[in-house]
Design a protein around this ligand. Structure first.
Ligand SMILES: CCCCCCCCCCCCCC(=O)SCCNC(=O)CCNC(=O)[C@H](O)C(C)(C)COP(=O)(O)OP(=O)(O)OC[C@H]1O[C@@H](n2cnc3c(N)ncnc32)[C@H](O)[C@@H]1OP(=O)(O)O
Ligand SMILES: Cc1cc2nc3c(=O)[nH]c(=O)nc-3n(C[C@H](O)[C@H](O)[C@H](O)COP(=O)(O)OP(=O)(O)OC[C@H]3O[C@@H](n4cnc5c(N)ncnc54)[C@H](O)[C@@H]3O)c2cc1C
Length: 662
């Protein structure tokens, strides 16, 4: 087995213009954090207790069992090792890699819902148990018939003042809860979203704490039907489940009552905003933005390293076969996603800091930040997960045939990450939520109100500059202006279309539906502007090491220019940019790619994913791809014996029969 680094990769690293550790430090927030991250990752990756056979060789049941065992062990070890709460995600992501785990919903949504929606007494009652995994919960909202339309949920929680209980019921097949992670086999509790009814009146969806399985033998409690929904496109390591209730009674105190309340006599106390009950979803949407950047970074790391190891065809007759990354078309496949990975990594950081600031404000009773937080997280969640999906698939195809093998790590990455476009708010629906906020804000600006936050740019009309001007299309100020102008114009045009539909006689919902393609386009342009502007702003950080600011600036330019060229119609339509500008932009992209080429490997190394996390033969740090491909294939279950047992059952009699007939 080769112990040395592949010579092509070695040369790439020797020829890069900067030290990748400096970018790693920038991406993770300083050298101390990087040190901590590496220590925790290496602790997890070198722990023999976490080793197991490749998941790709396992059935769904085996994957679930393996991951359950592994994550429970992780909980115990995190406790024993006394890992700080703030650092646990480093350890966790090294243990689970790019796979979801059966406790993901407990950590990612059940606990956050208790933190965000439970009253102090309820926290005192349940938090200790939940934080210490004495109970395991999930977030049971989606039903077979309704995921998007929360007001359409059919599960009911009917208050009975005589016993001071809620009666939980699943009235129809379509009311079955469907999809919650960890529900199928793992959880014994859930936060249940159900329609609250008091004295025959509906109050909309509310969260309830409901025990579903016995704490003694894990059997479903009386009146509870629960199970696994079966194999999916990915997510083999998670037991997504179904759940139904037949008039199950829970105490009044089990409705999560930080905001809405039901008094013993059935009096309903209204929350400051009904949408506060949706708070956990906003948090997870912000997390998805972070995750999309990381997922794209992983895919690009695999494809870029492999493209330096892979040699194919003759560029010049008689010359050695070039590294495929030297084909400019290959660069054009990968470098825009390399740039996008950086863009979304940084966007994710900003999104999380907006989330933290706004949610602190909200939990203190000031809910003014809620609409902006919802609109921003919805749009960025949708944009980032869409780009990550397209990018992962592009990276897979850029690896040729080997990209299709599970050895590449890319099919599993895609299958596990692509539902980010669907869960936690289907992407088109999320973009339409952002559009709703944009329309409101736009109308407010027309009334002369000054706008703040991400929509501040909608205040005041953006004039189209006079024709004939020359622009420097590499100037980040020029690029940000172009994106801002495009977003403002598309918001304006969507608003005009909406108004025209109304004037043509449609009511508001029909007009909205008729204008929805334009509305999504406007929300997309708004979100893209936010990403480009955020990237450019991060480069103005005076503490940024000068040795890396050049290369990061190139990535930012490439990200902005590539988006501009692929959406050139939007920038040209009203004459804001000229054909010459767009042609110039295309030339700059080629020049930028040539400049980035020597730094490509260092730029993906800077993401600092150890091999154990990447889990890809093609993306190995040492580049020794071929010998490990062979080794990996040999470990496949079909190769356990030279002659498979099916030969004796089927092939042998078939061949013998055919031979006998000759
Ligand atoms: C370590 C941990 C790792 C982390 C990862 C964890 C695990 C990851 C795995 C994850 C696994 C996956 C787990 C899962 O998948 S969990 C299930 C996730 N499900 C969804 O996301 C459902 C999506 N649907 C909705 O959110 C709502 O129903 C929508 C938004 C579609 C409409 O809603 P509704 O029909 O009720 O309302 P309306 O249209 O009448 O609008 C009314 C007003 O409300 C405003 N509004 C709406 N929503 C919000 C909001 N949230 N905050 C603030 N405001 C909000 C809205 O703008 C409007 O404002 P205005 O215009 O009137 O002023
Ligand atoms: C892997 C995975 C894990 C999940 N985990 C959980 C979980 O733990 N807990 C949980 O509660 N749920 C979970 N879900 C469910 C998930 O949240 C929903 O599937 C998601 O919110 C989308 O809702 P839907 O399935 O009803 O899609 P639908 O709304 O039926 O979407 C179908 C199509 O209709 C379109 N559409 C719907 N409404 C509109 C509209 N108003 N305007 C325009 N177009 C519209 C959509 O754009 C889409 O193209 C999970 C799903 C997956 C795939």
């Amino acid at each position: 087995m080769a112990a040395t680094v592949n010579p092509d990769l070695k040369k790439e690293r020797e020829n890069s213009s900067f030290d990748p550790n400096k970018i790693t430090s920038f991406l993770y927030g300083g050298p101390e954090i990087v040190k901590k991250k590496r220590e925790l990752e290496s602790l997890a990756l070198n722990d023999p207790d976490y080793q197991h056979e490749d998941l790709n060789f396992m059935s769904q049941e085996q994957q679930y069992e393996t991951f359950l065992k592994k994550t429970l062990l992780m909980v115990t070890k995190v406790r024993e090792l006394k890992i700080d709460v703030a650092d646990r995600h480093f350890y966790r992501s090294a243990v689970i890699g790019t796979n979801p785990d059966p406790l993901g919903l407990h950590v990612g949504m059940f606990l956050p819902t208790l933190y965000g929606q439970a009253s102090q007494e309820q926290k005192d009652k349940w938090l200790k148990m939940a934080e210490n995994f004495a109970i395991i919960g999930t977030y049971a909202q989606t039903e077979m018939g309704h995921g998007t339309f929360l007001r359409g949920l059919e599960t009911t929680a009917t208050y009975d003042p005589t016993t001071q209980e809620f009666v939980i019921n699943t009235p129809t097949i379509t009311a079955y809860k469907w999809w919650p992670g960890g529900l199928g086999k793992t959880s014994n509790y859930c936060v249940l979203m159900a329609q609250l009814y008091i004295h025959g009146k509906s109050y909309g969806p509310h969260p309830f704490m409901v025990q579903i399985r016995s704490l003694q033998d894990h059997k479903p409690l009386p009146g509870v039907t629960v199970g696994d929904i079966g194999p999916k496109f990915g997510y083999g390591s998670v037991d997504n489940g179904f759940l139904a209730f037949n008039n199950v009674r829970i105490p009044r105190e089990n409705m999560l009552m930080k905001y809405s309340k039901v008094e013993p006599d059935g009096t309903y106390v209204k929350p400051p905003s009904t949408k506060l009950a949706y708070g956990t979803m906003v948090q997870v949407r912000a997390n998805i933005v972070v995750n999309s950047g990381r997922v794209l970074a992983k895919a690009v790391t695999i494809a870029t390293r492999y493209s330096c190891v892979r040699r194919q065809s003759e560029m010049k007759p008689g010359h050695p076969e070039p590294q495929v990354l030297d084909y400019v078309t290959q660069q054009y496949k990968l470098f825009p996603y390399l740039a996008a990975a950086y863009a979304f990594w940084l966007t994710g950081q900003t999104m999380m800091s907006v989330y933290t600031t706004s949610s602190n404000q909200i939990s203190k009773g000031d809910i003014s930040a809620l609409p902006e937080l919802h609109a921003l997280s919805a749009g960025l969640k949708a944009l980032s997960s869409w780009v990550a999906n397209v990018g992962m698939e592009e990276c897979r195809m850029a690896c040729g045939g080997h990209g299709y093998s599970h050895a590449s790590g890319l099919p599993r990455l895609y299958a596990n990450m692509t539902p980010g476009a669907t869960y936690e708010g289907e992407n088109t629906v999320m973009m339409l939520q952002t559009a709703r906020y944009l329309m409101k804000s736009y109308n407010q600006s027309l009334q002369g109100e000054k706008l703040a936050g991400s929509v501040a740019y909608l205040s005041g009309v953006q004039p189209v500059p006079a024709a004939g001007r020359t622009r420097n299309m590499l100037d980040l100020g020029v690029l940000c202006d172009a994106y801002r102008h495009r977003a403002a114009r598309l918001v304006h045009e969507a608003a005009v279309q909406l108004r025209n539909e109304r004037q043509a006689g449609k009511d508001q919902p029909d007009a909205w539906n008729a204008a929805s393609v334009d509305l999504v386009k406007a929300a997309m342009a708004h979100s893209q502007y936010f990403v480009v502007k955020n990237f450019a702003e991060r480069l103005t950080d005076s503490t940024l090491d000068s040795s890396i600011s050049d290369v990061l600036t190139r990535l930012c330019q490439l990200h902005a220019l590539h988006g501009l060229v692929t959406n050139s119609g939007d920038f040209l339509e009203d004459g804001y940019l000229t054909g010459t500008d767009v042609r110039q932009a295309r030339r700059h992209i080629n020049a930028l790619m040539a400049k980035l080429r020597p730094d490509a490997v260092a730029l993906v190394d800077a993401f600092d994913f150890p091999d154990g996390i990447l889990n890809s033969v093609l993306g190995r740090y040492d580049g020794n791809v071929y010998e490990h491909l062979l080794e990996w294939a040999k470990a496949s279950p079909l190769n356990k014996t030279d002659v498979h047992q099916s030969y004796h059952k089927y092939l042998k009699p078939f061949l013998e029969d055919n031979r006998a007939k000759l």
